[in-house]
Design a binder for this molecule. Sequence first.
Ligand SMILES: [Mn+2]
Length: 426
Amino acid sequence: MKTYICGHRNPDVDSITSAYALADLRRRTGMADVEAISAGRLPPRAKWVFEHFNLTPPRVKRDVYVRVRHLVDHAVPVIDAAMPMVDALRKLEESGQSSLPVRAADGSFAGMLSPAKLVNFFLSRGDLMIPVGRAPLHQCAQVLNENDPVHDIRLSAVRNTHNHFPVVDEKGKLLGTVVKRAFAEEPPYRIILVDHNETDQGIPGLDEVPVVEVVDHHRIAFATTRDPIRYTADVVGSTCTLVARMYRAAGERPSREIAGVLIAGIASDTLLFQSPTTTDADRSMCSWLEKICGETAESLMQGMMSITSTLQSMTPDQAIASDAKTYNEAGRKFVLAQIEETQMLIFHQHASELVEAMDRKLRAEALDFIGLMVTDPVRGNSELLFRGAEAVRRALPFRKGPHDVLLMPGVLSRKKQLLPEILSAL
Ligand SMILES: [Mn+2]
């Protein structure tokens, strides 16, 4: 069975590189069909890292919803309309099904070949040599599109008195059949989460797919699972640190390139070991990886930072969405977005359009409030724009600066430094 490995929505470098490396490790340790995916557009810095090491980055996949095409039962045959009735009936008999879909000459769905529908036909004429397409076929079956998400149609399909559902593609061509019991089966794939564990922060459709493993360095707010799962969590600065440690524990040595992408994840999540989330484990795993890779965290960080600034390369809406996390705490729903910018002047020039974009997001997602944290990893400071919930904003222990920002000297971590202040303000 296929296993996806996926980081959080609005993926950052750590999310993408840890998924990539873990896929390699899981392949080495015996998982046959495993694929790292990205739950959204690759950030420019991650793109740079994969180009630098000449690797194909994880494919972008927008969701993991189970779709009708995943349920098609390829053992159920399709009857061509030109087939003589006698052969079609034999095929129906052999298939053990109560009905089979019939494909018209143009590839479209012509109807279901169903014995019940044929009784009158045989009583009156009964010519077994006529093509199936000229006999009365059953038409009122629910025709499904291969791309329909299963959760949208499960209820109506299960309530339908028929057991067989023909499936067509976007062009209306008949593809095959979904048998009703397939709606009760597990999805044909499973997932490993890296760099997050909260369903709200994961790829859309996550709640429909069995999670078999989690590798993460965030607070735990994970669902109850049906079966035991492998769960690796520790208080470290980067998920890549945990993946590097897993290589060591398995007695495996990553390739030069994979050591490189792991270093990039550690450097980027710990802001080159300046973030207060940094631990000794991050430093020691990174120096092990540097020996394998032959490149340093500094040089890779410089390479990543050489990419144009988020604020200059994206629209305000894209910039806010690029690393936005949604939280539900104390009955409030809010977003904390973070952008790195080494020149606060650029941020201040964009402040008013960023505020407009934040207000749009506030309304569109019915949030109680939204914060945009702009972090300068070089000087080790952040500034915060805050919209909505004025009382929460006033309760925050930060001084006001120019352009209506709140100054957060020494604050680098959304998770460790800003979120606790927000939670205590609530
Ligand atoms: Mn991370």
